[in-house]
Design a protein around this ligand. Structure first.
Ligand SMILES: C[S@@+](CC[C@H](N)C(=O)[O-])C[C@H]1O[C@@H](n2cnc3c(N)ncnc32)[C@H](O)[C@@H]1O
Length: 210
């Protein structure tokens, strides 16, 4: 990962200069994440966290599915300001909280039931950063972890930044002492310019809490 302030500037610049149709990660329907979260049996008051959620529509759709506590955090304040402005419902405005934070500095304010990360973890390319991310999640013990990264056959870069690509086995191996694999899929994401990008999505469940 680049120096933290350079990284923040990179992402602020992206959200300042690009429309939602200009960026490759935009999806109309945030799948498979949304269906996977909808399929969990959770108390609506349990916390769902979208790591590096940017201006994804996922948070509000999770609220529409009945969840009352959703937090979105992102390194870019601009992305979160845009996400807030794009909220369609009072339910969304009441249920979603936003925080500007680098994932490596994030500290939860309450117990997390679901940790969702689509295309953020893969930006961590240095072993120490990957270890910190994994160790933090193990410490916070969310019942469910849903992670989507570029697949082994996926692009080598995302938003011009190098990424670490994963298959299911490699993600599971990082968490296997504490989490078991619930499901995984190779997801073909179609970018707004109709390019195909292969992503690996895994859903891990805590061995004792899940
Ligand atoms: C490829 S986009 C994906 C956005 C969103 N998860 C989605 O699926 O639409 C990556 C997002 O992660 C954010 N991000 C990148 N590095 C981050 C970091 N170290 N900590 C927190 N957010 C980060 C970016 O600002 C951006 O919003």
């Amino acid at each position: 990962m680049a120096d933290k302030s350079t990284l923040r500037e990179h992402w602020e610049n992206i959200y300042e200069t690009k429309t939602i149709q200009d960026v490759s990660w935009t999806q109309d329907e945030p799948q498979p994440s949304l269906d996977w979260i909808r399929g969990l049996s959770l108390n609506p008051k349990e916390m769902v966290v979208d790591c590096g959620g940017g201006r994804s529509a996922l948070a509000e759709k999770v609220v529409e599915s009945g969840h009352e506590q959703v937090e979105v955090f992102d390194i870019s304040i601009r992305s979160l300001a845009q996400a807030k402005m794009e909220l369609k419902s009072d339910e969304g405005r009441n249920a979603i909280s936003y925080r500007v934070c680098n994932v490596l500095d994030y500290k939860p304010e309450r117990d997390i039931a679901v940790w969702h990360d689509r295309a953020v973890f893969h930006f961590l390319t240095v072993k120490e950063e990957i270890d910190t991310y994994v160790a933090n999640l193990k410490k916070w013990v969310p019942k469910h972890i849903i992670i989507g990264t570029f697949a082994l056959d996926g692009p080598e870069k995302c938003s011009s930044l190098p990424v670490q690509r994963y298959d299911e086995k490699a993600i599971v191996a990082l968490f296997h002492a504490d989490y078991k694999l619930e499901k995984s899929v190779i997801w073909e994401h179609e970018t707004p310019t109709k390019k195909k990008q292969l992503m690996t999505f895994v859903h891990l469940v805590h061995r004792t809490k899940g």
